[in-house]
Ligand binder design. Structure first.
Ligand SMILES: *[C@@H]1O[C@H](CO)[C@@H](O)[C@H](O)[C@H]1NC(C)=O
Ligand SMILES: *[C@@H]1O[C@H](CO)[C@@H](O)[C@H](O)[C@H]1NC(C)=O
Ligand SMILES: *[C@@H]1O[C@H](CO)[C@@H](O)[C@H](O)[C@H]1NC(C)=O
Length: 412
């Protein structure tokens, strides 16, 4: 089902690997005065939520470094249902997507199958984040998204700027601590923040699907990409600027990638994310309509660094002098995941077929958490699942989401 020759799809897989979404045609308006590029006309609420009878608000959150992020809030269940009456307060849940995708990833299946809407119907107050650079968050108070300066960031900044801005906003609006769901890169930024003791004071718990921290065991296609990153090829081709999966340069890059005998481009989705068991072909089509989206080339370089080094650290500027300039020390500071507070409730679900979040790498991650308080870390292993099954799988409600919901209910 995941087989496709559509080049956008190739990119989609790549993006899942690193983990955000696709840019829509309208994202490159290039208007002269336009520091703020208007997002595509139909927002996420209108295109994927309100049509099913859910209320949905489009909100903007500005980060400390000036990025204007689009956030959606689904405050109640379908037709206002889902509990919360009789003085019961609906608990906020933040959904954080992965790389080269955006918040749409949570809304691609039917309402009965999509996590965001399932949570709303179960009585949660659902918030969907869209990180910098994605279609609806391609805006800044002073930088132009068509200029390289706009793209000068990595997941360090998503963790240190985007995540705190969105969490602070939800906390302020609801007056409540927040449950978190991350997929792929959305797990990495949470783990990185928590390891520095950040955000925990505003969070109730976190569910991490296809958790990513160490990427040493990723399988071949990604290895090829990583090799190109290490060889500096990616930065030579793209500069430290926008990496637009739907752009010309990326198409050429993918052609080269597909010439590599170890990469099967007829099934790159599988090559990059693993053999997803349970995707609906129509969901995959919907995915390709909204994804993959742009990210920064610098972010890709940063994502490749732990593949090479086996260490989770801030962006490595490539030589000791530059690192000293940025961090005051010759080596980039590491994110030590053993420092995540041991009593913080965590749920992790990982798949046996996942080529990005390889089970061996997840085991390394779990080793960092081996001293976590008993009862505060729940781990689920889903033998037949690969990377995309966790967000788009037609069986994900029964297999994973019901467990996430009972985990949240245990940790209110
Ligand atoms: C990118 O940001 C760093 C600081 O994080 C700065 O030193 C560098 O000059 C910036 N590069 C560009 C091209 O804006
Ligand atoms: C797959 O998607 C189609 C179109 O949305 C839908 O009619 C069908 O029921 C879906 N199949 C499953 C197993 O969810
Ligand atoms: C991470 O922290 C733990 C305890 O907090 C410490 O034992 C370990 O050596 C640290 N790891 C690294 C790589 O610094």
């Amino acid at each position: 089902m995941a087989v496709s020759k559509f080049p956008g799809f190739l990119w989609a897989s790549l993006l899942l690997l690193i983990q955000p979404y696709p840019a829509l045609e309208s994202s490159r308006l290039g208007s002269d005065s336009a520091i703020v590029v208007n997002p595509p006309p139909l927002g996420i609420c209108a295109s994927a939520v309100t049509k099913y009878g859910y209320r949905c608000q489009e909100l903007d959150v500005t980060t400390e470094d000036g990025y204007i992020l689009s956030v959606q809030r689904i405050p109640a269940g379908r037709h206002g249902g889902g509990g919360g009456g009789h003085g019961r307060i609906r608990q906020p849940v933040l959904l954080q997507h992965g790389v080269v995708v955006d918040g749409m990833t949570w809304l691609l299946n039917s309402p009965e199958e999509s996590l965001a809407l399932i949570l709303a119907d179960k009585g949660f107050d659902v918030w969907i984040a869209n990180t910098r650079g994605t279609s609806y968050s391609r805006r800044h108070v002073s930088l132009d998204p068509d200029k390289p300066e706009f793209w000068n960031w990595t997941w360090d900044e998503i963790a240190a700027r985007d995540l705190p801005a969105v969490i602070a906003y939800i906390f302020q609006q609801t007056g409540q601590k927040i449950h978190y769901v991350g997929h792929s890169l959305g797990t990495l930024i949470a783990l990185a923040s928590f390891s520095e003791g950040k955000q925990i004071d505003k969070m109730k718990s976190a569910a991490l699907l296809s958790p990513i921290a160490y990427l040493s065991h990723m399988t071949t296609a990604l290895g090829v990409v990583a090799a190109k990153v290490f060889a500096g090829e990616i930065t030579i081709v793209f500069g430290l600027a926008e990496f637009n999966p739907k752009g010309e340069e990326v198409s050429r890059f993918l052609k080269d990638l597909c010439a590599d005998p170890t990469v099967d481009c007829y099934d790159l989705m599988s090559a990059l994310t693993g053999k997803n068991c349970c995707l609906n072909a129509s969901t995959v089509d919907a995915f390709l309509r909204s994804e993959p989206q742009s990210t920064s080339t610098k972010n890709l370089v940063h994502l490749a660094q732990p593949v090479r080094d086996g260490v989770l650290a801030k962006y490595d500027y490539g030589n000791p002098a530059f690192n000293v300039e940025h961090y005051g020390v010759p080596m980039p500071p590491i994110y030590n995941l053993s420092n995540i507070p041991k009593d913080f409730p965590l749920f992790m679900s990982y798949g046996g077929q996942d080529a990005l979040s390889d089970p061996k790498d997840v085991v390394n991650l779990l080793d960092d958490l081996k001293l976590h308080d008993e009862g505060k870390l729940s781990v689920q292993y889903v033998k037949e699942y690969a990377h995309a099954d966790f967000i788009m799988g037609v069986t994900a409600k029964d297999v994973v989401y019901d467990k996430v919901i009972s985990f949240f209910q245990r940790n209110q």
